[in-house]
Design a protein around this ligand. Structure first.
Ligand SMILES: *Cc1c(COP(=O)(O)O)cnc(C)c1O
Length: 382
């Protein structure tokens, strides 16, 4: 059994899909030029780039000129909040976000807070859901931005971004959402939610790492984060990463085309996995919102089992998973998300996050469930 490996950490990253790999290979050969150069080699690269932009925009149901390529989700998050807030002076300038954001967004806001900008951190309920009413109550005359993630990367809770955006727009406040975990399954989220800005990252849906985008609705006023040349209509300097952009487009087209069947498939695999785990580990706690959650995302608390013991032992037995929260240099950090949800201190370090791929088989999932159950039993009888 030890020779088998089952990867259950698709919220951390996904393998590069074949369509992306082949599109990128082609582009590295044919489209390697500098897309800003005016001779033929440059124009060819530019054609690859703009085709990718059109394809992605079409998947998202937005305009190509609303798509700004970045180096990934972290840059997009940083750009959105810093690019809006730094248009104004610190002091009487206010931003509302949630206390369960990804570190990319959270730490960008902490940085702004240190500069004197005022931040309201809205807490979720015990299921990790933000109440739009709490966001509404936090709005002030000097609120310049609301940023709430579309779906949480740790517990998988889907947030009411559409309700938040509708309410914010009544007050004239723009809304950003980190949709990194959600966009591969809900490609038209920018349009559906009405958000003014949206971050996504290619490597969470079968694309390459180091590439993403910030969707910026036409008319939204924002400063660049990376100053320099005139790339991305003067809003994001650096020679365009054309092959990665082309890979992102290929992966996005596939993800968008199959999104509905992927949701059905993931729902089935998740419930299969959960059934076995519940049977074998009766005291397991399922975190997140039972109604509003990502279909292939399962976050568990296993009382009495330390994640720093469980995760390496699972790895040894062929199952790759994480505790869900950021870990730096192999050390496990207490989750700010679980803490915000009010999870008691003795349960904070007993997390297991299992995130699935629609390409996985029932047999693979059942095998992993058995490995998890046996590993937990082993740790408990130690
Ligand atoms: C992975 C992730 C990011 C960071 O994206 P990168 O492209 O790795 O920088 C941001 N937000 C969420 C919710 C994520 O899951």
């Amino acid at each position: 059994m030890e020779s088998r490996r089952v990867y259950l950490d698709h919220a951390a990253t996904t393998p590069l899909c074949e369509a992306a790999l082949s599109a990128m290979t082609d582009c590295y050969r044919e489209g390697w030029g500098n897309a800003s150069s005016l001779y033929q080699t440059g124009r060819r690269a530019k054609a690859f780039l703009e085709k990718a932009r059109r394809e992605i925009a079409q998947c998202m149901g937005v305009l190509p000129e609303e798509v700004y390529f970045t180096s990934g989700g972290s840059e997009s998050d940083n750009w959105a909040v810093k690019g809006i807030m730094t248009r104004f002076q610190p002091g009487q300038t206010h931003l509302i976000t949630s206390s369960i954001e990804h570190p990319a967004l959270l730490n960008a806001c902490v940085f702004l807070e240190k500069q004197g900008y005022e931040i309201t951190w809205v807490s979720p309920d015990a299921r990790g859901r933000i109440d739009p009413e709490d966001v509404r109550k936090a709005i002030r005359a000097d609120t310049k931005l609301i940023s709430v993630m579309a779906a949480n990367n740790e517990v998988g809770t889907v947030e009411p971004v559409r309700e938040i955006a509708a309410m914010a727009h009544e007050q004239g406040v723009p809304v950003h959402t980190d949709a990194v975990q959600m966009i591969g399954l809900f490609p038209r989220l920018a349009e559906d939610s009405g958000a003014d800005m949206l971050s996504l990252s290619a490597h969470k849906f079968g694309g390459p790492k180091g590439i993403g985008l910030l969707y910026i609705r036409k008319g939204t006023k924002i400063e660049p984060l990376i100053h320099g040349g005139e790339q991305e209509r003067g809003f994001r300097a650096s020679t365009e990463n054309v092959p990665s952009t082309v890979g992102m487009a290929a992966a996005f087209i596939e993800a968008a085309r199959d999104a509905d069947s992927h949701i059905v498939r993931l729902t089935k695999l998740r419930s299969l996995l959960l059934d076995v785990i519940r049977r074998e580990i009766p005291d397991v706690i399922v975190n997140g919102d039972p109604e509003h959650h990502l279909p292939g995302h399962l976050h568990l608390t296993i009382p009495g089992v330390r994640d720093e013991a469980l995760i390496p032992l699972l790895d040894l037995n062929g199952v790759e998973a994480s505790a869900g929260s950021a870990c730096t240099a192999g050390s496990f950090v207490e989750s700010h998300v679980l803490r915000a949800m009010g999870v008691p201190g003795d349960l904070l370090r007993s997390s297991l996050r299992l995130t699935l791929s629609p390409a996985q088989t029932e047999e693979e999932i059942l095998y992993a469930a058995q490995v998890i159950a046996r590993t937990v039993q082993k740790l408990r009888t130690r």
